[in-house]
Write a protein that binds this ligand. Structure first.
Ligand SMILES: Nc1ncnc2c1ncn2[C@@H]1O[C@H](COP(=O)(O)OP(=O)(O)OP(=O)(O)O)[C@@H](O)[C@H]1O
Length: 508
C-alpha cells in the first residue's frame, strides 16, 4: 500500500530508524527535525500520515497537532512519546490524534499502528463518499431535497474549505444568507466568526466605518475607537449582502482590501491586516450592474470567483411543502396552536403558486395562518386571496383545456381549430401559469402541470398523457363524480372506466 508520511523527530538516529520502518510499510517519507520545518512541509504538501514527536526543540508537538486539526483535518496523526509524557499523549488523543507510540518501539508496533490508521482513513473516506452520494434533505439550515437544491448543496460542499470568493445570486428570500452561512459552517473556518453586513441597510456615510471601523473622534459621534466588520471577521468569513447597492467610491476601497487583506480605519493612519474569506450576495444581475456602471468590473472579477445561483422556490417542486410543514410545526409550537398539517387542496395550491417572495413569503403566510386561525389542519379558506387565486385560475385553465380536449375527441377538431381558440391559453400570461410551467422540475411535478401551450417541440407530450391529465383533472374538479366528469367531457362514463383500467394495467 503506497502512502505519504511526514516524520517529525528531532533525533537524527531515531529519525533514520523510524523512516526505515515507515518505508518498509510502503510510505514515501519526508523526515524533518524541527516543528517549523514540519509546518513548512505541511503547507507545501499534505501527507496521508503525520508521525509527530510530542517534544521538539523549537515547539510542542501538541501545537502542531492543534494546527493540523484545524487546517488539514484529513491528515491522520500518530504521536510519538517517551514514558514520562504519556499523559500528554492521552491529551493528544483527546485533541484528535489517532494513536500514540511509546519510545522505544519496534517495527512491528509501528506497523500495526500505521495499518490501523490507514484502514480507518479508508473507511472514513468510504462513508463520506457514500453519504455524499445520497440526496440531502436538510443541509446546514436549508430544507429541501429537490434536484435544484442538491446542486447547490454539492457546490457548497466543494467550496467550503477553499478561500476562494463566492458570489451568491438569487431572487429575494431564496436563502442567500443561509447559503453564505452554510459555506462558513461546512468549512475549516467554522469555529471563527461569520460576520454579515447588509450594504443596503447601512447609511452611505456610515458603511465605511461599519466595514473598516473607526478611531475615536474620526467623525461626529465617533466617541470611541471601534472595530469594523473586517476586524471582527479575522480568521473567519465576511458576508457582504446586497453588495451591488454599495457606493462606487467605497467599492474601490473594498477592492484594495480584498486584494491585500490590508485596510485603514476611518480616521486612522495605521494599516491593519486580516485574514478574511469573502462571500457576497445580490438579488440583482451583477454583470448587468457592471455593464450599467453601478458595479466596478475589477471588483466583480475579484469577488465573482465561484458563483452560486439559488433557484426560486417555484422551481423546487415538493420542497415548498417540506419547508411549509417544518414552519407550520415551528410556528404552531411558538403560538400555542394545534396545527398538524395542510389539506390536499392547500398543498396543491402551494405547488401552483409562483412565490415571488420565495421562502420569506412562505414564512409570512404560514405565520399569518397560524396566528389568525384555530384548527388542526390548514384549510384553503385560511390562505390569503393572492395565493388561492393560483388554484382558481389553474382550475379555470384545466377546465378550459378539458373542454378543448373533449371537443377535439368528439368533433375530431383539427390542430388549427385548437389554435383558433386562443382564450384557452390566456392564463399562460399570468404568474400562476408561470408557476405551473416553471414547476416542471425533476420528479416533483405537481398534478396539473402536464398541460402547456405548445410553443416549441419540447412542449409536445404524448397524446395519452394529455388525455390522462385531462380526465384526472376533470374527475378531481367533479369531486370524484365520474359520471358528471364524463358528461362534461362529452364521453360515456364507461370510456373513462376503460381508460382508467388501461392505465392501471400498464402501470401508468
Ligand atoms: N431552503 C430553506 N429552508 C428553510 N428555510 C429557508 C430556506 N431558504 C431560506 N430560508 C429562510 O428564509 C428566510 C430568508 O432567507 P435569506 O435571508 O437567507 O434570503 P436572502 O436570499 O438572503 O434574502 P434577501 O435577498 O432578501 O436578502 C430566512 O429566515 C431563512 O432562514
Amino acid at each position: 500500500m503506497g502512502f505519504s508520511a511526514i516524520l517529525v523527530e528531532d533525533s537524527m538516529s531515531l529519525g533514520a530508524l523510524y523512516s526505515e520502518y515507515l518505508c518498509a510499510e510502503g510510505a514515501e517519507v519526508t523526515h524533518v527535525n524541527f516543528g517549523e520545518d514540519a509546518l513548512k512541509e505541511l503547507a507545501r504538501k499534505q501527507p496521508d500520515l503525520l508521525v509527530l514527536d510530542i517534544k521538539l526543540p523549537d515547539m510542542s508537538g501538541m501545537d502542531i497537532l492543534t494546527k493540523v486539526q484545524k487546517e488539514y483535518p484529513n491528515i491522520t496523526v500518530i504521536m510519538i512519546t517517551a514514558h514520562g509524557t504519556i499523559d500528554l499523549a492521552v491529551d493528544a488523543m483527546r485533541a484528535g490524534a489517532f494513536d500514540f507510540l511509546i519510545k522505544p518501539f519496534d517495527s512491528k508496533r509501528l506497523s500495526i499502528t500505521v495499518r490501523n490508521a490507514l484502514k480507518q482513513r479508508d473507511l472514513l473516506a468510504l462513508v463520506s463518499n457514500y453519504e455524499n452520494s445520497l440526496p440531502k434533505t436538510n443541509f446546514h439550515g436549508f430544507i429541501g431535497d429537490s434536484l435544484a437544491m442538491q446542486t447547490v448543496y454539492n457546490t457548497i460542499d466543494c467550496v467550503a474549505n477553499s478561500k476562494a470568493s463566492v458570489f451568491v445570486v438569487g431572487e429575494s428570500g431564496t436563502g442567500k444568507e443561509v447559503c453564505a452561512q452554510a459555506i462558513h459552517e461546512a468549512g475549516i473556518r467554522a469555529e471563527a466568526p461569520f460576520i454579515a453586513l447588509n450594504c443596503a441597510s447601512i447609511p452611505k456615510d456610515l458603511i465605511e466605518s461599519e466595514i473598516f471601523g473607526h478611531t475615536k473622534g474620526a467623525f461626529t459621534g465617533a466617541v470611541s475607537h471601534r472595530d469594523g466588520a473586517a476586524t471582527r471577521a479575522d480568521g473567519g468569513t465576511l458576508f457582504l449582502d446586497e453588495l451591488c447597492e454599495m457606493d462606487l467610491e467605497l467599492q474601490s476601497k473594498l477592492l484594495r482590501f480584498i486584494q491585500t487583506g490590508v485596510f485603514q480605519r476611518v480616521g486612522g493612519s495605521k494599516e491593519e491586516k486580516v485574514d478574511v474569506r469573502f462571500i457576497s450576495a445580490t438579488n440583482r444581475d451583477p454583470w448587468k450592474e457592471v455593464q450599467e456602471g453601478r458595479f466596478r468590473e475589477d471588483l466583480y472579477y475579484r469577488l465573482h470567483v465561484i458563483p452560486i445561483e439559488l433557484p426560486p422556490l417555484r422551481q423546487r417542486g415538493k420542497d415548498v411543502i417540506a419547508i411549509a410543514k417544518k414552519l407550520l410545526k415551528q410556528y404552531s409550537k411558538e403560538e400555542g396552536k394545534n396545527f398538524k398539517g395542510f389539506s390536499k387542496e392547500v398543498e396543491r395550491c402551494f405547488g401552483l403558486y409562483s412565490w415571488p417572495g420565495n421562502v420569506r413569503q412562505l414564512q409570512n403566510i404560514i405565520r399569518q395562518v397560524v396566528v389568525l386561525n384555530v384548527a388542526d389542519e390548514v384549510a384553503i379558506t385560511m390562505l390569503p386571496a393572492q395565493v388561492t387565486a393560483a388554484l382558481s385560475q389553474a382550475n379555470v385553465k384545466s377546465v378550459k383545456v378539458s373542454e378543448q380536449v373533449a371537443q377535439t375527441a368528439v368533433t375530431s377538431a383539427t390542430v388549427t381549430d385548437i389554435h383558433a381558440k386562443p382564450q384557452a391559453h390566456t392564463v399562460g400570461e399570468s404568474t400562476v401559469a408561470a408557476a405551473a410551467s416553471d414547476d416542471i422540475v425533476d420528479n416533483n411535478m405537481p398534478v396539473n402541470s402536464g398541460i402547456n401551450a405548445i410553443e416549441s417541440e419540447e412542449d409536445i407530450q404524448p397524446l395519452w398523457l394529455t388525455e390522462k391529465i385531462t380526465i384526472e383533472t376533470a374527475i378531481e374538479q367533479c369531486d370524484g363524480n365520474i359520471p358528471k366528469a364524463a358528461a362534461l367531457l362529452d364521453v360515456s362514463p364507461s370510456t373513462i372506466y376503460r381508460k382508467k383500467q388501461q392505465w392501471e394495467d400498464k402501470g401508468l
